[in-house]
Design a protein around this ligand. Sequence first.
Ligand SMILES: Nc1nc2c(c(=O)[nH]1)N[C@H]1C(S)=C(S)[C@@H](COP(=O)(O)OP(=O)(O)OC[C@H]3O[C@@H](n4cnc5c(=O)[nH]c(N)nc54)[C@H](O)[C@@H]3O)O[C@H]1N2
Ligand SMILES: Nc1nc2c(c(=O)[nH]1)N[C@H]1C(S)=C(S)[C@@H](COP(=O)(O)OP(=O)(O)OC[C@H]3O[C@@H](n4cnc5c(=O)[nH]c(N)nc54)[C@H](O)[C@@H]3O)O[C@H]1N2
Ligand code: SF4
Ligand SMILES: [Mo]
Length: 678
Amino acid sequence: MEIKKTACPYDCPDCCGLLVTVENGRAVKVAGDPDHPFTRGTLCPKMAHYERTVHSPKRLTTPLKRVGKKGEGKFIPISWQEAVDTIAARWQEIIATDGAEAILPYSYAGTMGTIQYSAGHALFFALGASSLDRTICAPAKAHGYRALMGKTLPTAPQEAQHSDYIVLWSISMLATDIHFKHDVDIARKRGAKVICIDTYATKTAQWADEFICVKPGTDGALALGMLHVIERDGLANEDFIARYVQGWPELKENVLPQYTPQKTAEITGVPAEQITHFAHAFAKAEAPFIRLGSGQSRYGNGAMTSRLITCLPAVVGAYAKKGGGMLTSAAGSNAFDKDIIRRPDMEKDGVRHINMIKLGEVLTDKNLQPAIKSLYVYSSNPACTAPEQEKVVAGLMREDLFTVVHERFMTDTARYADIVLPATTSLEHEDIYYSYGQYVVQRGSQIIPPVGESKSNWQVTQLLAEAMGLTDDFFQQKEVDLVNHIIESTKSAWSLPVDLSALRSGEPVELPMPENYKLDFRTSSGKIEIFNPQMEPALPDYFPPYYAQDKGEFILINSPDPRILDSSFNEREELTRSGIMVLQLNPVDASRLQLQAGDKVIAENPQGSAEFVVKISSAATPGTAVSEGVWWQEYTSCGNTNRLTYARTTDKAAGSTFYDVRINLRPLQKKLDNNQKA
Ligand SMILES: Nc1nc2c(c(=O)[nH]1)N[C@H]1C(S)=C(S)[C@@H](COP(=O)(O)OP(=O)(O)OC[C@H]3O[C@@H](n4cnc5c(=O)[nH]c(N)nc54)[C@H](O)[C@@H]3O)O[C@H]1N2
Ligand SMILES: Nc1nc2c(c(=O)[nH]1)N[C@H]1C(S)=C(S)[C@@H](COP(=O)(O)OP(=O)(O)OC[C@H]3O[C@@H](n4cnc5c(=O)[nH]c(N)nc54)[C@H](O)[C@@H]3O)O[C@H]1N2
Ligand code: SF4
Ligand SMILES: [Mo]
């Protein structure tokens, strides 16, 4: 029996340190590393039994070839040789007749490991395939932050321990960033107040000292209303602003006057008194800290919303105080030279780019030239997680589309594949991890043999490169060599030395933060740029989300579920019990629609429809319907919430707008039970 250290590979800001007990080549126990500075010895319920995912009887263990109809899920096992030969032959044919751009890779963050995440990039660049813009998560949030802060390092989460006023802004902390609670708890014990801003009373909101319930997609106006009050009541930190901020006078003069508490209340649904109270408390706090989640950015105005919220810590001078600041996404990725694996230099000039959010549209567009003839999916499950699901599925059903899916499980997407390839889990391959929620980096070595015949993303890339006749030395490198190159690159990316020998040995390594980094504003002016002449518009101002123009009685809130992570962990039946397509409705709405708990309802809009089971809960405000989680097809009767979401992109950075959705509800005709029939 051995205990090995590695990092959690999932798309989660915590990037925990894991202690894995290995017995006879099997992982038998997984625990949180007590020595990891952010994990501090605890894990979320999903990963507390990672071994059940790794050794799940549902793991794919051999390559498969489709023998049934598309999507029917009938496959037979084939050898790797046959799988690779089949793929290469089809791709050669497609390249000869339609050109390489008719091939589209589709991947995302099934694993966040630096190597495996980007393992396919160079292959598809070298082939000249269409390039994928990976914008499904929260690029609008990053854009909004950058508009003011440029490349300034976002505040480390542990800083919040010293804050007296922590704002959890559109972050479902107890589901998506649970280890930040350690820091918040420390601050709370010292007397800090915790405020949660969300669109419904999440567990995190119920746990906080104060909950501010905002109308979806209107947080930008809330920020402006607060700034109005801060200005009106003389609470801005004028010394800090004079030294470090550009554009406050312009904002005061041109934008703020109209955002009176009254007007802001009309837009946001937050009572005027609560806006005033919140603005005062935030501005008067000794060291306010904002932890900004992604929810607020998933609307047509998402980049602008993030930009407006980013004004708040600037105007009160939060960065000058111990414990103050703002964390959007940590800049951990800067520590590595990721181009070692991403190889953007191999991308062909002028090659077509396709935004992953538009997958459904792209696969079904009859006028697209060249049409997509082959889709290669890895580390992602778009039939489940991409918006406009009906179109995605219609595309995947196309007889003339050759689909290859490299997966750990028979996901909704794999079901539509022509060839399925079995993928390793993080315990079965080499990688190195950074986090977007804290500043620890860690290597994750292979600690058990591959389950079945599964192969890692990099190994499959190597096989396909060879079969396609790509002879570049790059493809000859071993996985472990790539990891070592990344480790060597860690030296130069930060101004401070990193403990590379600890990193090599698999220990979690905290990236040293430059002293005074919070006041090192890495923008072109050297100041925080509320007014930014490189932005259009140069001064931020609120505008409404898309749904303001849509019809539909309810706004659909579809946020994370603590039991799963996007569609990952759906394989774990003990986590995903029946009745998961639940829709929470406020009692007022439920009684108006004559709906009772347990009733089935159809949610519909111009995009499509999905079926839910009603739960009556005052956590949902009137006019909103709340569903948590992105569930596999097998748990739903006709698709999940993505039957209802749109591929419309954000105002900047072409991000996703999953939460910018209106729906109507109608009761599903109740089936008569036998008694009633008689
Ligand atoms: N357990 C679990 N963990 C996860 C995930 C998961 O699905 N489950 N997903 C992972 C991924 S890929 C990501 S990107 C992160 C995301 O994690 P978070 O940053 O927490 O972001 P979101 O998932 O977008 O949603 C956060 C909260 O924003 C709220 N929200 C929605 N719209 C608005 C709005 O207009 N204003 C405000 N104030 N709040 C709003 C939602 O109700 C939700 O409670 O979590 C990761 N971790
Ligand atoms: N309705 C709605 N839809 C959403 C969201 C929402 O809040 N609401 N959230 C969105 C967000 S923020 C995101 S980031 C996306 C994420 O959406 P996806 O990118 O589809 O992420 P997952 O659903 O986690 O699927 C990842 C898949 O990768 C596989 N995998 C894991 N490790 C490996 C590996 O090493 N190799 C290979 N080949 N496969 C591997 C897993 O088995 C899993 O099936 O979903 C988005 N979809
Ligand atoms: S909290 Fe996030 S990083 Fe930590 S174990 Fe759970 S999924 Fe992994
Ligand atoms: Mo995400």
